[in-house]
Design a protein around this ligand. Structure first.
Ligand code: MRU
Length: 348
């Protein structure tokens, strides 16, 4: 089995099963898991076997594709009711990334628009597969759009993993870095470790090193040092949800990186597909997922904190629009004021 993540899909549909890379095992082992039950997909999202906003959006859609196959319904109403149940279970896995709700809703619209049980089964599966293929194309377009913002010999900082492993393939923030390199510019990357789950060291450093990028890993605590000492020219991150005012919800620590970038006059960019933009919610409505304390009181199996210590472990934070130099999407780059520029992205 190939061990090259750039040639692999993070999530795929094969022989009526969902196939995923088990990201909890990276970087030590490249293991694929197969699911034929949507409840297993829900567990995989909850336990971070698959993670990253676009990847969980597509996984949710594939979960519903399994649900149409699992259902014994003989009428449209029965099948829609089974799908609604599956949707609820999949939706409740993680609250912050809007791509999950987007992917589930898109599939439900297709299901409801068909007349017979057979048509619904066929169309739900083909729509989920299409969504996965489109994710890769969108990332490539976004990459090209964003690459103009980066120069030859830039050193680009990124936080968390917004790469191939957070999408179906290619990546959002790392997709822009890939496209910049593909356009002939020589770029280096600094990846933050991204405690507590270490998506930066386990996933971004793994993915970029494997794909031949010049990547250096820093502890999260070295962001200020790196910027103050001229080691970074630009920053790019992904997003789990962007609201219409340009407030960006992304992995915990993003706000600190953006604040530091502002302090040092370093451009801070966000790359995300339109499926990450939530035009309905206000910033204060967005639920920040709180995760279990054991992620903070240990690293892997090793305990690094006293027993029974209180822990606060938010998985995401909000970066306000005034810290953001541009939001790169497949429809172009939104610049401040974001209320206007984000709205325009949906118009053309
Ligand atoms: O908790 P995770 O690993 O799912 O969080 C992922 C992130 O915060 C990513 O930066 C975000 O989803 C963008 S992925 C293209």
């Amino acid at each position: 089995m190939s061990s090259d993540p750039s040639s692999l899909r993070t999530v795929d549909w094969k022989n009526n099963k969902v196939v995923m890379i088990d990201q909890t095992k990276l970087p030590n082992e490249l293991v694929f898991v197969e699911f034929d039950d949507y409840n297993q997909v829900a567990d995989a999202i909850r336990t971070l076997v698959v993670r990253g906003a676009p990847a969980i959006g597509v996984s949710g859609a594939f979960g519903l594709a399994l649900a149409v196959l699992q259902s014994n319904a003989t009428t449209k109403d029965e099948l829609i009711s089974d799908l609604e149940n599956a949707k609820k279970i999949l939706f409740e896995t993680r609250p912050t990334a809007v791509n999950l709700a987007w992917g589930l809703e898109k599939i439900m619209i297709v299901a409801k628009s068909r007349d017979s049980v057979e048509q619904i089964r066929e169309q739900v599966i083909s729509e989920a597969k299409k969504m996965a293929d489109e994710d890769i194309e969108i990332n490539k377009t976004m990459g090209k759009n964003g690459s103009i913002l980066f120069d030859d010999n830039d050193t680009i900082m990124t936080h968390c993993n917004a790469g191939a492993l957070a999408t179906v393939a290619y990546g959002t923030a790392l997709g822009v870095i890939r496209a910049t390199k593909e356009s002939g510019k020589n770029v280096k990357v600094i990846a933050t470790e991204t405690r507590p789950i270490q998506q930066g060291s386990r996933l971004t450093a793994f993915e970029l090193k494997h794909d031949g990028f010049d990547v250096s890993l820093i502890p999260d605590t070295a962001v200020g040092y790196s910027m103050a000492n001229g080691l970074v020219n630009k920053v790019i991150v992904g997003a789990d949800r962007i609201v219409k005012t340009g407030h960006v919800f992304n992995k915990i620590g993003t706000y600190q990186v953006a604040t530091m970038a502002k302090q040092h006059g370093i451009p801070f960019y966000v790359a995300a597909p339109l499926s990450t933009i939530d035009m309905e919610s206000n910033a204060e409505d967005v639920i920040i997922e709180m995760r279990k304390g054991s992620e903070v009181t240990g690293i892997g199996d090793k305990k690094t904190a006293p027993d029974k210590i209180n822990v606060i472990n938010p998985a995401f934070d909000m970066t306000p629009p005034e810290l953001i130099s541009g939001i790169i999407t497949e429809k172009g780059i939104a610049k401040p004021p974001y209320e206007e520029s984000i709205k325009k992205l949906f118009e053309n």
